[in-house]
Design a protein around this ligand. Structure first.
Ligand code: AHR
Length: 329
């Protein structure tokens, strides 16, 4: 659309210049030619609404598009790759100026990304990566370093148990199978804890990043696995579901079973401040403003960095108490 409007305006301006008509009001600068965002349309395919993080991310994208004057076509894929592929194909048909999406899983995107490339529509990956070898299929990837997040979780654990010689039995609630955050948070955590054989992951299963599944899988872990010392959940929501299961089994979360999660959404931070979670690694969902800036640049054909990493921190129980009232999401 941007390209079409630009072409029309250019043709109009050229015609005016050729006719040398100095009439007032004829030569106003248009959003299309000065790179203003008024005429940019973005097609955005969201993973779903599986977690508090995702809800905050959707709001950030929608609010930022509005503030940037970008027209947003938004679709929710309900955690299904086929829905995302359908949405991207429909954005290609609609000739949007830029496509952004958060891929539910890492693999299987090459064909549809090639279709976007052939249609000359730039693609921005946001939040999650794809494993395509051909990196020319997308302009940039904006999001967290999930391996680093897993490492931070592992480092806290190593420090917490530094004076213990006994085995430390860990259960892990993984995110959506095949997704970048599940793969990378697992890998980063494993890399750090493998330095000491006392750390043992005794059970590991997906909880699909949802509270309900986190609860269900933790209930199963509690039945099948004796002596759980630590739960590592790849997001707050699964951790919060697991807390319900732990309490239901008559144990005290944060004490009988130490809990590490990732995200730092408000509910997670509240549980951390209440002593039910022990440590949270932050993953910021507020990607909207940076996404809109990148979108404007790629539509104008400007160079953008191939990778934009989100800045993040970690929280202990004390830190959670201090920042809880000002937490945005
Ligand atoms: O991709 C980011 C992850 O997806 C968040 O950690 C999780 O909560 C979400 O569903």
């Amino acid at each position: 659309m941007f390209k079409r409007i630009s072409a029309l305006l250019l043709a109009g301006l050229t015609a005016m210049a050729v006719a040398s008509c100095g009439s007032s009001g004829g030569g106003t600068t248009s959003a299309g030619t000065d790179g203003g965002a008024d005429s940019i349309t973005m097609g955005f395919s969201q993973v779903g609404a599986e977690s508090g993080w995702r809800t905050a991310n959707t709001k950030s994208v929608q609010d930022s598009a509005k503030n940037a004057g970008i027209t947003l076509k938004f679709s929710d894929a309900q955690q299904k790759q086929e829905n995302q592929i359908k949405a991207i194909r429909s954005y290609i048909q609609q000739k949007v100026d830029v496509i952004a999406f958060s891929p539910v899983v890492e693999s299987g995107w090459d064909t549809v990304l090639k279709e976007a490339q052939n249609a000359k529509i730039p693609v921005i990956l946001t939040d999650r990566a794809v494993d395509s070898k051909d990196t020319s299929l997308y302009k940039t990837f904006l999001g967290s370093d999930f391996v680093e997040e897993g490492k931070k979780a592992g480092q806290w654990l190593v420090e917490e148990y530094k004076d213990t010689k006994d085995p430390v039995n860990i259960v892990e609630l993984q995110g959506t199978t095949g997704s970048a955050p599940a793969n990378d948070r697992k890998a980063g955590f494993a890399e750090v804890i493998q330095a000491d054989p006392k750390f043992k992951i005794v059970a590991s299963q997906t909880g699909d990043f949802t509270r309900a599944k986190g609860k269900e899988v933790m209930e199963a872990f509690l039945k099948s696995t004796p002596d759980i010392d630590v739960l590592y959940a790849h997001n707050d929501d699964m951790g919060l579901g697991a807390i319900e299961a732990i309490e239901g089994a008559g144990k005290v979360p944060g004490k009988d079973i130490k809990i590490i999660t990732v995200d730092a959404v408000k509910d997670g931070m509240q549980a951390l401040a209440d002593g039910k979670i022990n440590f949270i690694v932050e993953c910021s969902p507020l990607l909207g403003p940076q996404l809109m800036d990148l979108a404007k640049k790629v539509v104008k054909g400007e160079q953008v960095p191939a990778r934009v990493v989100t800045e993040e921190t970690t929280f202990t129980q004390e830190q959670a108490k201090q920042v809880l009232s000002t937490r945005q999401y």
